[in-house]
Design a protein around this ligand. Structure first.
Ligand code: SF4
Ligand code: SF4
Length: 403
């Protein structure tokens, strides 16, 4: 494993951080045993940074991470990153309450890296300041309950820089990957943080899988022309670790092979180690993606749940898949959402009432209502819907309508 520092003179952190937002699940619950086994494997391979947050897995992410650390007696060997759910803080006293709940869930006395979760503008940071966050941070740092302070960000570049320059942050967390160089904080934000000596953690390195297994054939074809055969995920991670400004890249891991591969790339990539040929390969692939993607959805789920049952990220994934892989499978998948076939709950875009609640939470600023309408128009197909419904009825696969 390679290690970099997030804070000058601070801890040596594995360049691969374990994202605890996508643990494996069984019967719609975290598969604790599997999650702990995978985290232990990563730890034994040198991973020492584990990132969780208050809402991940409905609060269970913090609990499972805490259990894993306790059961393996690792508290002084791993670094916990956790986040204040700033978007649901409406009263000053809630800051303390959430923090205490987090310590309890994690079963620990302190958090190594504590972030203000999902700031999206200077206004969102100002709100926390009005609620007394500065005194809270001072107090917790003095008592040792928080070791380092940072924020995670989804918003526009100029707002990122305003927040960055407004406080003596030690680190920040941004979405960055080879398709997002000019989206959100972007490369400008990354470089500004570096200039200010503020460490950077990267999230969404694979854009919710769109840069990995879901990579379109055209992108895979371009990668395959390189002399050495590597997966799309390998390329995406290598590109990130090639940046000296980046300290830790988070990956929400739940498949054994992916964990192994991520660790392999993390061991092999040093800053500025990519050749001109490798850079050209990535640049060509960027162009291919730009030409294919319809909606820049990362699958972060911040817009969910929709009160009317619309599976927003799922529908956008179908919509993008249509352009990555062709219409057939994407339409079949969408019609399953629409009809409730195969025991699924209906969750297609035709359930949308246009209430607009989701759009306030989208870090990508997607016009969700508008895009859902377009997705429905392109993915709904009467002929296929009727055909699949008949087959479903014959096979008894249709789920009863929800009351
Ligand atoms: S606008 Fe549509 S998709 Fe968004 S929350 Fe409202 S009903 Fe759900
Ligand atoms: S629509 Fe926006 S908030 Fe919802 S999953 Fe996609 S990127 Fe995230």
């Amino acid at each position: 494993m390679q290690y970099r520092k997030l804070v000058e003179g601070g801890d040596s952190l594995s360049v691969l951080g374990y994202g605890c937002m996508r643990f494996p699940t069984k019967n719609a619950r975290v598969d604790k045993e599997k999650a702990k086994e995978q985290m232990l494997y990563a730890f034994n391979e040198g991973v020492n940074y584990y990132d969780t947050a208050y809402p991940y897995h409905g609060g269970k992410s913090e609990v499972v991470l805490g259990e894993f650390i306790k059961e393996n007696n690792l508290r002084d060997k791993v670094y916990i990153a956790d986040k204040l759910p700033s978007f649901i803080v409406n009263k000053p006293e809630q800051i303390k309450t959430y923090f205490e709940t987090q310590l309890k869930r994690l079963d620990t006395d302190y958090i190594d890296y504590y972030l203000m979760h999902m700031l999206d503008s200077l206004k969102s940071w100002e709100k926390l300041k009005e609620f007394g966050i500065l005194d809270f941070i001072d107090e917790k740092k003095k008592s040792g309950q928080i070791r380092h302070i940072g924020f995670s960000f989804h918003g526009r570049e100029e707002e990122f820089i305003k927040i960055l320059e407004d406080y003596d942050w030690e680190f920040c967390q941004i979405q960055f990957n080879y398709l997002d160089e000019h989206n959100q904080a972007g490369v400008v934000g990354l470089k500004r943080a570096y200039e200010l000596g503020i460490g950077v953690v990267i999230m969404e390195p694979l854009r919710g899988g769109n840069l990995a297994a879901k990579a379109p054939d055209k992108a895979k074809e371009r990668f395959s022309k390189y002399k050495e055969q590597r997966s799309p995920a390998y390329w995406a991670l290598r590109w990130l670790w090639n940046h000296e400004e980046i300290s830790v890249v988070l990956s929400g891991m739940n498949v054994d092979e992916h964990i192994k591969e991520n660790i392999t790339v993390a061991k092999l990539t040093s800053p500025n180690s990519m050749s001109d040929e490798e850079i050209k390969t990535i640049n060509d692939v960027k162009e291919i993606y730009r030409s294919l993607m319809k909606v820049p959805c990362t699958g972060c789920n911040y817009c969910m749940p929709c009160p009317f049952g619309v599976d927003i990220p799922g529908i956008f994934s179908d919509y993008n898949n249509k352009y990555f892989f062709g219409p057939r499978l994407a339409r079949m998948q969408y019609i399953i959402r629409e009809t409730g076939l195969f025991g699924t709950t209906k969750c297609a875009a035709n359930l949308c009432t246009q209430c607009g609640k989701c759009e306030k939470h989208c870090p990508q600023n997607i016009k969700i209502r508008e895009e859902l309408k377009l997705a429905h128009k392109e993915l709904d197909n009467t002929f296929m819907r009727v055909g699949m419904s008949i087959v479903g009825r014959i096979m008894g696969l249709r789920r009863a309508d929800r009351k």
